[in-house]
Design a protein around this ligand. Structure first.
Ligand SMILES: Cc1cc2nc3c(=O)[nH]c(=O)nc-3n(C[C@H](O)[C@H](O)[C@H](O)COP(=O)(O)OP(=O)(O)OC[C@H]3O[C@@H](n4cnc5c(N)ncnc54)[C@H](O)[C@@H]3O)c2cc1C
Length: 301
């Protein structure tokens, strides 16, 4: 993979636009700045999946608990509609057994409810799909504001759509993990058409849809053709650092049909190695990004 050839300090240089910083405070400041602009909403994510030691599980759970407290006590976020949500990856909470991850996650879900913060359980590679959907749906049915993520590249996508109950929040993505052609499509055009198909089905089923892609043509079709079916029941999500300011503003202002909230995914690290791993994944997914970021850095000088 291309990214393995790039030394870690250089990867972290590339990370600058994509990672809010190396502490929770940077992430909260970033969320505040986004509100001051267009405005844009945020979901905050601690980088640190695939842990290998129990101490890391404890540290991740502790950071998320403090993050929930900080969001709830920050006057800037007193209005529920503008409050950042949090996103977490199950593999950040176990060193092995996948089901074990959901014990600390449940404690965070309870704390999130006490603090009035919505929480999304991100989707990882296909080995996590069943357990993540099952646990997220069970928590939602218990009355928690828990959402999850469905990936359109997986050939099981219609079964996954059918598993989501009315009223739940679901983020729709093409999926970042390379999957075998025996279980997934490798054709990006198919992934994008599936995204729209999934959104249509979920909106018709009364689900809250978080449509997450940077493909402007697909976002525009979502905004014009599907969002008007479900006013107040959908939003668009993108990653911090991907330059999409124009379309984000047009979505919020309603210039593509109905006005839609736009939420940015704001990752922050505590350990530099976690930020490096996150960026290596993004570089592998989008090798052109290496050139784009380099061009931006040079232009600044
Ligand atoms: C808010 C959010 C949350 C996500 N959560 C998950 C998750 O839980 N699980 C999961 O598997 N995946 C997740 N993803 C990643 C997603 O699955 C895709 O891998 C990613 O969004 C790129 O696909 P795309 O739909 O934007 O289409 P693409 O065709 O990959 O990209 C469309 C355009 O955007 C540009 N672009 C895309 N990404 C970048 C980038 N990083 N830097 C610069 N330009 C870029 C491309 O160059 C292209 O021009 C998430 C994505 C978002 C936006």
């Amino acid at each position: 993979m291309l990214s393995r050839l790039v030394p870690a300090p250089l990867v972290r240089l590339f990370a600058r636009p994509y990672v809010a910083g190396y502490s929770m405070e940077f992430a909260l400041a970033s969320a505040g700045q986004l509100l001051d602009g267009v405005p844009l909403l945020s979901t905050l994510d601690l980088l640190g999946e695939h842990v290998t030691a129990d101490e890391q599980v404890t540290a991740n759970a502790d950071t998320y608990a403090r993050l929930l407290d900080a969001i709830a006590s920050e006057p800037r976020f007193s209005e529920a509609r503008e409050r950042p949500t949090v996103s977490l990856k199950p593999s950040a909470f176990t060193t092995g057994d996948q089901r074990a991850a959901f014990t600390p996650i449940r404690a965070l879900v309870e704390r999130a409810r006490e603090r009035g913060v919505a929480l999304t359980i991100d989707m990882e590679d296909h080995s996590w799909t069943d357990v993540t959907i099952e646990r997220a749906v069970a928590l939602y049915r218990e009355g928690f504001d828990v959402g999850t993520v469905l990936q359109s590249r997986l050939n099981r996508y219609l079964d996954d759509v059918a598993a989501i109950p009315e009223g739940m929040r679901v983020r729709l993505v093409i999926g970042i993990y390379p999957e075998s052609a025996t279980i997934a499509t490798t054709d990006k055009r198919v992934m994008k058409e599936r995204l729209l198909e999934m959104a249509a089905r979920l909106l018709d089923a009364g689900v809250y849809v978080e449509f997450a892609t940077h493909d402007e043509a697909i976002v525009e079709r979502f905004a014009r053709e599907l969002a008007p079916r479900a006013p107040g029941r959908c939003e668009v999500q993108m990653l911090l650092g991907v330059p999409r300011a124009k379309i984000q503003e047009r979505l919020v202002r309603g210039e593509l049909g109905v006005s839609l909230p736009v939420r940015l995914y704001v990752p922050f690290g505590i350990r530099k190695s976690d930020a490096t791993a996150y960026l290596r994944r993004r570089m592998d997914e989008n090798p052109r990004m290496v050139l784009d970021v380099l061009r931006n850095l040079l232009r600044r000088r």
